[in-house]
Design a protein around this ligand. Structure first.
Ligand code: SAH
Length: 388
């Protein structure tokens, strides 16, 4: 095994269990893309082993001394509870670094597993990983991959074709999944990420019941998740807003899959920043507003600009709330921590001249675990608050 030697003192983060070795920490050593290498401190003592990425700032990603198939089997075994109580048949089976498989994401949609391989080491092992998923994922029908994830370019990995089948049967155009009593169509070929926002499952379940009798505005609705939960929980009306016509098409199809109910549904293809202003100008108000925007800050450098964006939409949403109205607001920017997000919300409330009480905080569910030694894995935060 080739050896990568770190600069003096740079072994500290590795000893703490952090899975990344940055290029600036490396004193010497080279290897091929994805090759398994030994990582040593400046004195030559072995610290561990990892997957080499010649094109990335993250030069080595540490992995356990175990066959890839075992890592896959163990990650699935840790999610045993998901396959017992069956609230859902859509589960993240492998959550990258936090499941000891750097750059490997595997999402299970009713038997169809869709992966993303965003490190060179993950990419060269995808055949092995797909075989292990076929073997260990309960009722696995097929395994495919999405190649259009942003981080692949940084690793020097091809990003097209966007979708490829790796093992077993190809998935249908839409895979139908269930979350509780609700059904959703997942576009695994062209949808965002691997097709569905599994990370908001717990939030949808928390927010839905607060919408009983409410007029709901669901901003950045994608395929309709929060809005359809609100509808199922007895919302009076739901306005679903997204800039993507394709997402709204699926949202409408998803509505048609649910039980009949009297909720008035409206679908609006619009930019949320503009739509909120239009509502303000027209004097429209709501009992609940959901704000689940895309990542505004991809890096720390974009943080201040992102903060202005978050403040803008939250301030506008707060002003649209009826008395005792509920705001469910989210940030999936990893560069913004929960305390900073709270500060932005407090400033927005001050400018909106409204007081709020926090009734719930949400996080990614337990199939999206975060390794204690890898805080970077934590990105999603949600605050549910009611106007006083
Ligand atoms: N709440 C959804 C996930 C939202 S993802 C769920 O639970 O499934 C973010 C969504 O915001 C995407 O669908 C994207 O199309 C949309 N989007 C991004 N920028 C937007 C903008 N400026 N206005 C409206 N929608 C936007």
């Amino acid at each position: 095994m080739k050896r990568i030697t770190l600069k003096r003192g740079r072994e500290r983060s590795v000893l703490k269990g952090h899975p990344w070795v940055f290029s600036g920490a490396v004193e010497s050593g080279e290897a091929a893309a994805g090759e398994l290498v030994e990582v040593c401190d400046a004195s030559g003592a072995k610290l561990g082993q990892g997957w080499f990425s010649p094109a990335s700032q993250i030069r080595v990603r540490l992995v356990p001394d175990a066959p890839v198939a075992d890592l896959v089997a163990n990650a699935i075994a840790r999610r045993g509870d998901y396959f017992v109580n069956c609230y859902t048949n859509a589960v993240r089976l492998v959550n990258a670094e936090s499941d000891l498989m750097p750059g490997v994401v595997a999402d299970y949609y009713a038997g169809h597993v869709v992966c993303q391989f965003t490190s060179a080491g993950a990419d060269v092992r995808k055949g092995e990983i797909a075989d292990a998923l076929m073997k260990f994922a309960p009722g696995c029908i097929g395994v495919s991959e999405r190649r259009d994830a942003d981080p692949r370019a940084k690793e020097g990995l091809p990003t097209s074709p966007a979708f490829a089948s790796l093992a077993g049967e190809e998935p249908p155009e839409f895979v139908e999944i269930a979350e509780g009593e609700l059904k959703f169509l997942v576009d695994v070929r062209k949808g965002h990420k691997t097709g569905f926002y599994l990370d908001q499952r717990d939030a949808r379940r928390t927010v839905g019941p607060l919408a009983n009798g409410a007029d709901v505005l669901n901003c950045f609705c994608y395929t309709g998740g929060f809005g359809l939960f609100a509808r199922a929980c007895g919302a009076a009306s739901v306005t679903q807003v997204d800039v993507s016509a394709d997402a709204l098409d699926i949202a409408r199809k998803n509505e048609a899959l649910q039980h009949y109910c009297g909720t008035k549904m409206e679908y609006v293809e619009a930019d949320v920043f503009q739509f909120l202003r239009k509502c303000r100008d027209e004097g429209r108000t709501f009992d609940m507003v959901v704000l689940d925007p895309p990542k505004f800050a991809a890096t720390k450098g974009q943080l201040m600009k992102a903060a202005r964006g978050y403040k803008d939409i939250n301030l506008l949403a707060m002003k649209l709330l009826k008395p005792y109205g509920t705001l469910a607001t989210f940030s999936c920017s990893g560069a913004m921590d929960a305390a900073f997000f709270d500060t932005i919300l407090a400033e927005a409330a001050q400018d909106a001249r409204r007081a709020f009480q926090v009734v719930a905080r949400t996080h990614a569910p337990s199939d999206h675990p975060v390794a204690l030694s890898f805080p970077e894995g934590s990105y999603l935060k949600g605050v549910v608050m009611r106007a006083l």
